[in-house]
Design a protein around this ligand. Structure first.
Ligand code: SF4
Ligand code: SF4
Length: 421
C-alpha cells in the first residue's frame, strides 16, 4: 500500500479511463443504465455532483485533486460500475485506499448520499480476497477468532474488574441489577482493540457506571471488517455480538457504535458520552494541573459525529470537570481512521499534523478522545512533537476527575497517571 505522493496523477483521474473526463464531475448514469452490480445503484445515483462536499474532505484538502474528493470518488465508482474503468485501474485502487472513510462528506451533502455505505461496497470489490492489504488481513484474523481473543484473557479480566472470573454480572440473560439501575440491562462492550491496548478505559467505565453488566463472552463488532473490504463478515459479527450483549450495548468507541447501530438499530447502541448525557449523569470532581483547573480539548470521533450526530454530550461532560477548549479542527479526522494509520502512515501523519499545531496553540493540558484508534494516534503524535499535552479517553478523564490519585493534589499531566489509578 502506498501513500498518495507516490501515485502518478498526471491525468486528472490518474487514468485514461473514459469515465473520468478532466477534473470535472461526471454525469450521473441515467436511470436504468446497466451496471456490474458492485454498488447499490440507488445510493450511487443520489449524487447530483454539486460539489458541496469538497471543502469538508481532508484528502481533497491535502491534494486539491478532484479524484481525491468525495465527488471525484463517486465519479470513479460510477465509471467502475458502468465498465468505463477497468477494475484493475490504478486510480481506483489508490483512491479507494486514500479515502479516510471519515464520512465528513455525508454531513454537508444536500442529496443524502450515504458515502460510508458506498465506500464499504467499493472496498468489498477492491479489497476482496488477496487484494486486501496484508496488515488488514492479519488484524481481521486476530479479532474474529474467539480463541485468539481469549489469549487476551489476562487483560480482559483486568478490564472487567476485580476477581477476574465471571460473576453475577456476567450471567445472561438475567443479570442482577442495583436498585437504581435502568429497567433495560446495559451491557458494556469491551472492544477487541480497546481490551488489548487500553483496558483501563473499561475499568473507568465500571467506576463511572456501576450499573452496567460486562458479559464474559463477547467477540468483535465487525467494524474492522466492514471498513476493510468484508462487509458481509462485518454484519455477521455485529449480529453475533448483538446476541451476546443483552439490552443496551454501551461502547467507548465511536466507530464501533456507528457500525453496531447500523446493523442492530440505533436504539440498541449507546456511546459512553450520550449514555451519560441521557442518564443526566453529572461528573464529580475536577481535573487539575498545578493547582488550577485543567484545560482540555476534544477530538471528535468521526463516525460518532458524522454517522450518529453525537457532538454536544462529550463537550459538556468535559466542561463539567475542566476548562473546555474547542480546537478549530476538533470535528475533523485525526488520521487514525481504523487501519489507515497502519496502511498509509505518511498520509495519516499529514492529516494529523495541523491538529497537533492546534493543540500547541491552544496550550491545553489534555486532548480527550472517544475512540481507541484516535487515542493511539494522538498519543503518538503528541509524543512525536514533544507536546506537554496528554491524550486521554473520556472515560479515564471523568474517572480521573472523580478519583485523583490519593495523596496528590494534582491530576494534571505532570502528576498522576490515570492509567495507574
Ligand atoms: S455533496 Fe453530495 S450530492 Fe453533492 S457532490 Fe458531494 S456527494 Fe454528491
Ligand atoms: S469519507 Fe472523508 S476522506 Fe473519504 S471522501 Fe468523504 S470526506 Fe473525503
Amino acid at each position: 500500500m502506498t501513500d498518495h505522493d507516490s501515485v502518478d496523477h498526471s491525468s486528472p483521474c490518474g487514468s485514461s479511463g473514459a469515465g473520468c473526463a478532466g477534473g470535472a464531475p461526471g454525469p450521473a448514469p441515467a436511470a436504468g443504465t446497466p451496471g456490474l452490480g458492485i454498488f447499490d445503484k440507488e445510493l450511487l445515483d443520489r449524487c447530483i455532483s454539486c460539489g458541496f462536499c469538497l471543502p469538508s474532505c481532508p484528502t481533497y484538502a491535502l491534494t486539491g485533486e478532484e479524484t481525491s474528493s468525495p465527488r471525484g470518488r463517486i465519479t470513479l465508482m460510477r465509471a467502475l460500475e458502468t465498465g468505463d474503468l477497468a477494475p484493475d485501474d490504478p486510480t481506483l485502487a489508490e483512491e479507494s485506499s486514500f479515502c479516510l472513510g471519515c464520512r465528513a462528506c455525508e454531513t454537508v451533502c444536500p442529496a443524502g448520499v450515504e458515502y460510508g455505505q458506498l465506500l464499504e461496497q467499493w472496498r468489498d470489490h477492491q479489497w476482496g480476497g488477496r487484494d486486501r492489504p496484508w496488515i488488514a488481513r492479519v488484524l481481521m484474523m486476530l479479532v474474529s477468532r474467539p480463541g485468539l481473543l481469549r489469549l487476551q484473557g489476562l487483560v480482559r479480566r483486568h478490564a472487567r474488574g476485580p476477581g477476574g472470573k465471571a460473576g453475577p454480572r456476567d450471567a445472561t440473560p438475567a443479570p442482577s441489577h442495583p436498585p437504581n439501575a435502568p429497567e433495560q440491562p446495559v451491557s458494556l462492550m469491551l472492544g477487541c482493540v480497546e481490551r488489548g491496548l487500553y483496558p483501563q478505559v473499561s475499568r473507568a467505565v465500571r467506576r463511572l457506571c456501576p450499573e452496567v453488566d460486562v458479559p464474559a463472552s463477547q467477540g468483535c463488532c465487525g467494524a474492522l471488517h466492514a471498513h476493510n473490504g468484508d462487509s458481509a463478515t462485518g454484519e455477521k459479527l455485529a449480529r453475533t455480538l448483538g446476541g451476546q450483549l443483552p439490552g443496551t450495548i454501551l461502547t467507548t468507541a465511536g466507530g464501533c457504535a456507528a457500525h453496531l447501530a447500523h446493523h442492530l438499530g440505533r436504539d440498541r447502541v449507546r456511546e459512553l458520552s450520550e449514555y451519560l448525557d441521557e442518564r443526566e449523569h453529572r461528573p464529580a470532581g475536577q481535573v487539575t494541573v498545578d493547582g488550577r483547573r485543567a484545560r482540555a480539548a476534544l477530538q471528535d470521533s468521526c463516525h460518532l459525529r458524522n454517522g450518529l450526530g453525537v457532538t454536544r454530550p462529550p463537550r459538556e461532560l468535559i466542561a463539567e470537570v475542566a476548562d473546555y477548549v474547542e480546537l478549530p479542527g476538533a470535528g475533523q479526522c485525526c488520521g487514525a481512521a481504523g487501519t489507515y494509520a497502519l496502511l498509509r502512515p505518511a498520509d495519516s501523519r499529514k492529516v494529523l499534523d495541523p491538529k497537533l499545531t492546534e493543540v500547541e496553540t491552544a496550550d491545553v493540558d489534555y486532548v480527550v478522545a472517544l475512540n481507541p484508534g484516535c487515542l493511539r494516534q494522538l498519543e503518538q503524535g503528541l509524543r512525536r512533537v514533544r507536546s506537554r499535552a496528554r491524550a486521554i479517553h473520556l472515560a479515564e478523564f471523568l474517572a480521573l476527575a472523580a478519583e485523583p490519585e490519593p495523596g496528590r493534589p494534582d491530576s494534571g499531566p505532570g502528576a498522576a497517571d490515570p492509567r495507574e489509578l
